[in-house]
Write a new protein. Structure first.
Length: 202
């Protein structure tokens, strides 16, 4: 009897997760259609107005333009929590989240949590990249922002006190405060994303 209840619970959770994924996919497809329906001049005008004050990077090979706050680190040797916007022909604007760790010792990050005021969020990690040089070691996570991630970055931007925890091998943890400057940068990018898509991080 207990086994049947357990299996039913697992099935219902899987079904709920699948429905959420389908809903997010549907929303992305609708956003892409709306973006495609705009003529080129209108898209350029919206982009220009929405991204004023952001730093622009162009990838000529992938034909992708990235927009990020000017305070966003350009190198790996700084701890950072930031988001940035991607733009590509035929695709609705999208968000990515990047978390950087810089230090003297490897963490071998396996988990990530954020405490924004009284709320705690877990950030799924699909891949952690690593590098090192004479100055130190670097680990970073670069994820697409889904609906849960969008709510998270909105909560961070609004929070008064925010702590980031990176959990490494053998449960070794690295904690630090997400700074006021980082939160202001997140707010700036969210405002630009709202200008592009109408979507808010609330």
């Amino acid at each position: 009897m207990k086994t049947n209840k357990f299996l039913l619970g697992v099935f219902l959770l899987a079904l709920l997760f699948s429905c959420q994924q389908q809903q997010e996919l549907g929303e992305r497809l609708q956003a892409s259609r709306r973006w495609k329906e705009l003529d080129g001049k209108t898209r350029d005008s919206i982009t220009s107005q929405a991204t004023q004050g952001l730093r622009k990077r162009v990838d000529d090979i992938e034909k992708t333009t990235w927009f990020e706050a000017k305070e966003t680190p350009k190198t790996l040797d700084q701890n950072s929590f930031h988001i940035y916007i991607g733009l590509k022909d035929g695709v609705a604007p999208w968000l990515r989240m990047r978390i950087q760790y810089s230090g003297e010792d490897w963490l071998f990050v396996q988990g990530c949590k954020v405490k924004a005021d009284d709320s705690v969020y877990s950030i799924p990690i699909s891949e952690v990249k690593r590098d090192n040089n004479m100055e130190g070691v670097y680990e970073w996570i670069d994820n697409p922002v889904d609906q849960e991630g969008f709510s998270l970055v909105g909560a961070i931007a609004r929070s008064k006190q925010t702590k980031l925890r990176l959990v490494g091998a053998n449960d070794h943890a690295n904690d630090r405060e997400i700074t006021k400057q980082e939160k202001e940068a997140i707010s700036l990018v969210l405002e630009a994303f709202k200008g592009l898509t109408g979507k808010t991080g609330k």
